[in-house]
Write a protein of this length. Structure first.
Ligand code: MG
Length: 383
């Protein structure tokens, strides 16, 4: 058995502008290397094995988790994002392990009940620094997970943490050291992080459309107003003249994802050939993101997003669900602010340290809840 790191040297297959395993800025707490896994493979594996990752299974993406067996949850959404991004990363010779690690961790900080939960928790935390799920993902991997004897959190590499921090206000950025710098100096993240962001949008736009149809809140007929759908549906109908309506819709959605992802590969590849950034740091200093769609496909993709906002996310039934989820988060927050002792173990430790620390501890506790656990806790504290 060899003791030399088997993963070393694989970097030769990467493009010049990819993040290279051996050039990682490292971890906050120094650790020795692994003989068989690269630093970013280890990050990916740490995320897969953490508790926050398993909880994604019972968290809402758009349709409340548990409402139907076939709707996406935050876990299956996360896997679809990773699948899309890995395909693109392989074609562009980017660091696939880093891309996958960022994708698998990108939604770890989401509270229960999707965006309704995020909005409610942010409102509750207005006086205490607010709540933002990207920052929460970072809190989870830096502080809140307890799996290792030698350090708090997962001790991920700088580049993985850079990718998890998709958005951040300049005020918050100032508290994050060199990780927050890019929001102050208006720099870009790595290509792997840019890719994870775009793959997230592609995944949710298409699977929300699919779930919206499954739920009956959207009708295939009204989708004909969306150019991307109409064009791909016509193509499917031409290719499969005897297929039934349901199969054609599935083919159309499959064709849409394929068209957008193919365009992402081709456009980004052309952008990179024109820009020729010397390395990953040159990408960070580039005046604009280099991962992106061509104008015609970007326009169509945005049109799809607008359609979903108007017809699905703003649908009265969805709004009702959101209001219910928001009310649960609201009730739990106010209850635990006045009963901090009732939070389990380490969450209740902040209770003596003033309102700010208490509120953050309550937000950490609630943000970690799954939909069903939050609903159960809410019923229990209100009974
Ligand atoms: Mg996402």
């Amino acid at each position: 058995m060899t003791t030399a790191a088997a993963w070393r040297g694989r970097d030769t297959t990467l493009a010049a502008w990819a993040v290279r395993d051996e050039q990682t800025r490292g971890r906050v707490h120094a650790e020795s290397g692994h003989p068989y896994r690269s630093p970013f493979q280890r990050d990916r594996d740490r995320i897969i094995h953490c508790r926050a990752f398993r909880r994604l299974m019972h968290k809402t993406q758009v349709f409340v988790a548990g409402e139907g067996d076939h709707f996406r949850t935050r876990l299956t959404h996360t896997m679809e994002v990773a699948q899309i991004a890995r395909t693109v990363a392989a074609c562009l010779r980017l660091n696939q392990d880093l891309t996958e690690a960022i994708c698998l961790g990108h939604d770890l900080g989401h509270p229960p009940f999707g965006h309704a939960g995020q909005t409610a928790l942010n409102r509750c935390m207005a006086e205490h620094g607010g709540f933002e799920h990207n920052l929460q993902a970072l809190r989870i991997v830096d502080k809140l997970e307890h799996r290792y004897a030698g350090f708090p959190g997962l001790n991920l590499c700088w580049e993985t943490r850079e990718g998890l921090l998709k958005r951040c206000s300049r005020r918050q950025a100032r508290t994050l050291g060199d990780l927050g710098e890019r929001f102050i100096r208006r720099r870009q993240p790595s290509l792997e992080a840019q890719l994870a962001n775009v793959a997230d949008e592609i995944a949710y736009n298409h699977h929300d459309l699919d779930d919206g149809l499954r739920s009956g809140l959207l009708e295939p007929g009204e989708l004909m107003a969306v150019r991307l759908f109409r064009e791909c549906h016509e193509e499917a109908a031409g290719g499969f003249p005897r297929a039934d309506g349901g199969a054609l819709v599935s083919e159309a959605i499959r064709g849409m994802i394929d068209r957008v992802v193919s365009d992402l590969i081709e456009t980004t590849s052309a952008n990179l050939k024109e820009a020729m950034p010397g390395d990953a740091d040159a990408v960070r200093g580039w005046p604009k993101p280099l991962v992106g769609l061509s104008d015609p496909v970007d326009e169509r993709h945005r049109e799809l997003a607008r359609f979903l906002t108007e017809r699905l996310y703003h649908h009265p039934r969805m709004q009702q669900e959101y209001a219910r989820g928001g009310a649960v988060v609201d009730a739990l927050f106010h209850y635990y602010m006045s009963h901090p002792d009732e939070m389990p173990g380490r969450h209740s430790r902040g209770r003596e340290r003033g309102a700010e620390a208490r509120a953050r501890a309550v937000a950490d506790y609630i943000a970690g809840m799954t939909d069903r656990y939050a609903s159960r806790r809410c019923r229990a504290v209100q009974s």
